[in-house]
Ligand binder design. Sequence first.
Ligand code: FUB
Length: 286
Amino acid sequence: MAAEPISPRFNADPSPHVFDGKVYVYATNDQDNSGKYWDSTDWRLFSSNDLKTWADEGSFLSVTVFKWAKPDAKAWAPEAAYRNGKYYFYAPVGGDKIGVAVSDHPKGPFIDARSDALVDKARDANAGAEPIDPAVLIDDDGQAYLLFGTRVPKIVRLKANMIETEGPILDIAIEGFPADDAKKKYGEAPYLHKRDGIYYFTFSTGWPGQIVYATAATPLGPFTYRGVVLDYLEINTNHQAIIDFQGQPWLFYHDKLLEGGGSYKRSITFAPLSYSEGGAMVEVRK
Ligand code: FUB
């Protein structure tokens, strides 16, 4: 079945979550960018009770919520998390900082949870060349992790308050890339999920990129390369996230789906995801 966009607007970098039985997808706003770059300055939200009908919840947050950000700073692939009655929104701003905002409701209003960035390339040791693409996993023991970064994947523990990091920013080691395929490497879009005690690290291999995965017995790795989850698209980015909804795993990603679409005018869609009996992720065929 052909992939269907969740909206007639251009949107990208899905961050899907199930909050109170409802699916919320936080997204980069490709509709209002210049069409020549990912230079929009706000994030959009979509929701669905059944993955069939989608509500456009609008532009719920702009970079201007962060007083430390330039008002024209680009707003890239976001992340959200829920803990202790609060919703946290992790926002890569300007390509060099990740902010965190907090709300009592998944739709906001969100306010800056700090007076400075959660991760700042200029301030934090080992933040890497481009601290973007945040992803959060709250493990079964309550420890939360923040992943981010291009070219070198990064991971850092979050304190229970979800708005401060704890300990050093670490590089994530990935072993076992196929030696005969130089394109199999880490690019961007880190995402960590856990299933049956195994940590699955999915990411894009670059520009353009495949979504591939690696597994480990601990959230910090080292991870072992396992295979492809989603092949190259016709556009220059690939960006995924995974949820379970009503007993079914789903892969969310973006693609060129609407008339006028392309690398800077992307559309969010999703597909059922499955695992082999041995726990291997089965490649999603478009
Ligand atoms: O939307 C801007 C950038 O494109 C994201 O940060 C990357 O993951 C890529 O999808």
